[in-house]
Design a protein around this ligand. Structure first.
Ligand SMILES: Cc1ncc(COP(=O)(O)O)c(C=O)c1O
Length: 392
């Protein structure tokens, strides 16, 4: 095949593979319960849709500045100040076609052959592939269940090399739902500052956080870490807008902002003009709608955990944020793909195998569906796990 090396090695997304199979079964009329979703089941709120309709009707349908309208950038600047205690100039803010696009731009702009990127395991499936496309090397760092699968300062220190350029942090995290505390972030920030390591802080699940936990942006801790950090966020998860494709980031310097602007100028140009109007409305309005969705997810999480507690052979990391449960299947003796495929074929329950997140002894379940669906799916899972042969 005449394919370029940079794409030959790309792995297909394990998340998408199982979801595709579950969808195929559903389209054939099979009663599948899917815990695979990576997005809220809520519809985008009406006030946001109305802003988009208004944009279309008023002809706001042309190119905009490549990195976003000044109106939207100003709303993002204010959001960073109010919610995260982060100061940025408008030129440091870049709006892209989803947070994923922001991450890809940053990695392409910063990483080249020979650079190492630290990725704590488990990780969101796309991080390693983005680093590889850019020619960088992933330095995977193990975490412990006892520390809720979060990167420790000690492990970070041990993984540094003279080639380390970037650390990718994600809090609240996909797939674990873990949230880093201020203290943990301070320790990590100190190491990054001392070793001049840049940080991507992926904060896309910021608004979905439970039990009164708080979200801390690592860039807000002090000026030194502020000047090393890329803060990435977006409206996909916070406003049920995954299909609208609006993400944004704040970058540490004007020089880097300029480089990313050039990259975006010559690849995608501006994110959709209509979606930018919708995102502006999402950020302008009060956060009340998001709080309602968060409270609903919090209840569903509690319900899911109460049902999972009845399956003693499956343990889990209690999620404090996002909408995922990362569940340890090691006691079943099955690898994650085998577990997930058999569960789907035999009980018609779809879960995401953990191997795509770097942990073959885990599976990921979303809790974005209604409680009765959660109950139906977990009842099937419980029955299926019980009949698995006991490991000696
Ligand atoms: C950790 C994480 N970062 C980024 C994204 C991408 O968000 P977006 O839909 O805005 O591109 C996702 C989506 O699943 C995610 O889980």
């Amino acid at each position: 095949m005449p394919l370029a090396g940079r794409v030959k090695e790309l792995k297909s997304s394990s998340t998408l593979a199982i979801t595709a199979l579950a969808n195929k079964l559903l389209s054939e009329g099979v009663d599948v319960v899917s815990f695979g979703a990576g997005e809220p089941d809520f519809d985008t709120p009406d006030y946001i849709k109305q802003a988009a309709i208004q944009a279309i009707e008023s002809g706001f349908t042309k190119y905009t500045p490549s990195t976003g309208t000044s109106e939207l950038k100003e709303a993002i600047r204010k959001k960073f100040k109010t919610d995260n205690n982060l100061e940025y100039r408008p030129e440091q803010i870049i709006v892209s076609s989803g947070a994923k696009h922001c991450l890809f731009n940053i990695i392409l702009a910063m990483i080249e052959e020979g650079d190492e990127v630290i990725i704590p395991v488990p990780y969101w499936v796309s991080y390693p592939e983005m680093v590889r496309v850019a020619g960088g090397e992933c330095r995977f760092v193990a975490t412990e269940a006892g520390n809720n699968l979060k990167l420790s300062a000690r492990a970070l220190k041990q993984s540094l090399s003279p080639r380390t350029k970037l650390l990718i942090l994600n809090s609240p995290a996909n797939p674990t739902g873990s949230v880093y505390s201020r203290n943990e972030l301070e320790e990590i920030a100190e190491i990054c500052r001392d070793n001049k390591i840049y940080v991507i802080s992926d904060e896309i699940y910021e608004k979905l956080i439970y039990d009164g936990a708080s979200h801390i942006s690592i860039a807000s801790l002090n000026n030194e870490i502020h000047d090393l950090t890329f803060t990435v966020n977006g409206v996909s998860k916070s406003h049920a807008m995954t299909g609208w494709r609006i993400g944004y980031c704040a970058v540490p310097s004007l020089e880097i902002a300029d480089a990313i602007k050039n990259l975006q100028d010559h690849s995608t140009s501006n994110p959709c003009s209509i979606s930018q109007k919708a995102a502006f409305e999402a950020l302008r309005a009060s956060g009340e709608w998001t709080i309602k969705m968060r409270d609903e997810f919090s209840g569903r999480r509690d319900y899911l955990l109460s049902l999972m507690n009845e399956i003693p052979s499956l343990s889990y990391v209690k999620p404090l944020g996002a909408f995922y449960l990362f569940c340890d299947i090691s006691q079943t003796g099955l690898a994650s793909r085998d577990f997930s495929m058999r569960l789907l074929n035999e009980e018609k329950v779809a879960v995401i195998p953990g191997d795509g997140f770097g942990r073959d002894d885990y599976i990921r379940l979303s809790f974005t569906m209604r409680p009765e669906t959660i109950k139906k799916g977990i009842d099937r899972l419980k029955k299926w796990v019980r009949q698995l042969p006991k490991r000696s």
